[in-house]
Design a protein around this ligand. Structure first.
Ligand code: UT7
Length: 332
């Protein structure tokens, strides 16, 4: 909820990164029984980026983080917290944020991962906002990074055409009283659909065995239709909740930066919110679904190409595995 004093934290800089290698729909036609026409029509995706074999999630996060620090005119040594939203970190333990801290050369500051899948970046933003609001921390790096190409069954056409690798980052710091900053964040989880989007094996419930590897239970499984419906409904609801909490109407939103999972989901949200699709930042055609990285990559692109200007009100919304979803209303 926006307080009487206005925003407490703001975004000081953003950065994005996608691996060089591009996999087009035509390339995928050679791997699975699919077509450029089907993928384009059903999802809006034309290509996605895929990491090099030697590249890790923290490597990708590092590039995005350095770019965000550069815009914020800060050094890694200025950071007092690092939060990485990811479900595809370098290793199960320790956190991707720990590797990122080391690679950045940041001080011994708290560095931890947040697991909220595609909604992860909004969770990280909300957590950072609370720490800055509370006054204990001033400069917080938040990153959304996913290397989903390693967690995909490349023979499963119902998932392998959807996802891509990438990283996006933002440096957050105290608001300066000019009205710019995080106005409100709204977060939700409802595990009724937990099994509709998950990686069944590899955790404490089901260890990886020869059988589970054979059955590809260490890879992403999704009941697409269930998640599609939940995404339209809940991302719209969370967006409305953010506007209500701020006492703002949809008209005051200059740009919507939605999670990029499916162009049809985005179009239906635009209809429900009664916000023209032209006011949505959309780049799904070039990146596919990069999960927690999709919002910060889109935000960064729109900022760098001048679409989003300082002072613009931006609405963000996302939904992913959990299912977890949320929204953020930010004056940039
Ligand atoms: O980021 C986390 C959140 N994730 C999402 O929000 C994703 C949400 N879900 C979706 O975006 C959509 O459900 C999908 C894009 C995954 C699937 O689209 P759909 O319109 O729900 O298609 P469907 O699953 O109902 O499949 C329709 C047909 C099926 O054939 P039949 O049974 O009608 O003969 C599928 O087998 O399309 C077939 N199909 C494909 N055909 C060509 C499924 N995948 C493919 C494919 N290429 N890659």
């Amino acid at each position: 909820m926006a307080s009487e004093q206005g925003p407490h934290s703001r975004i000081l800089g953003t950065g994005g990164y996608a691996p060089e290698r591009v996999l087009t729909n035509r390339d995928l036609e050679k791997l699975v029984d699919t077509s450029d026409e089907w993928i384009t029509e059903r999802t809006g995706i034309k290509q996605r980026h895929v990491a090099r074999p030697d590249e890790t999630a923290s490597d990708m996060a590092l590039v995005a983080a350095r770019r965000a620090l550069e815009i914020a005119r800060l050094d890694a040594a200025d950071l007092d917290m690092i939060i990485v939203a990811t479900i595809s970190g370098d290793v199960p333990m320790p956190a991707c944020a720990a590797y990122l801290q080391r690679k950045l050369g940041a001080g011994p500051v708290p560095s931890f991962d947040v697991s909220a899948a595609c909604a992860g970046f909004l969770y990280a933003m909300s957590i950072a906002d609370q720490f800055i609001r509370g006054g204990s921390h001033k400069r917080i790096l938040i990153v959304g990074v996913e290397l989903l190409s390693r967690l995909i069954d490349w023979q499963d056409r119902t998932t392998c055409v959807l996802f891509g690798d990438g990283a996006g980052a933002a440096v957050m710091g105290p608001a300066t009283g000019d009205g710019r900053g995080i106005i409100t964040t709204q977060l939700y989880t409802d595990a009724a659909l937990a099994e509709s989007l998950c990686i069944p094996a590899g955790g404490s419930r089901e260890q990886i065995t020869a059988e589970s590897l054979n059955a590809k239970r260490d890879k992403v499984q999704m009941v697409g239709k269930d998640i599609f419906k939940a995404a339209v409904k809940n991302m719209s609801q969370a967006s409305r909740a953010a506007l209500d909490a701020a006492g703002m109407s949809a008209d005051s939103v200059r740009w919507v930066v939605p999670h990029q999972a499916n162009l049809r989901i985005i179009s239906q949200i635009a209809e429900r919110l009664d916000i023209a699709l032209e006011r949505f930042v959309i780049n799904i055609e070039r990146y596919g679904n990069t999960s927690s990285a999709s919002i910060p990559i889109a935000l960064d692109e729109a900022f760098r190409d001048g679409r989003i200007k300082p002072g613009d009100t931006v609405l963000m919304c996302a939904l992913g595995a959990g299912i977890s979803w949320g929204s953020a209303l930010v004056r940039m």
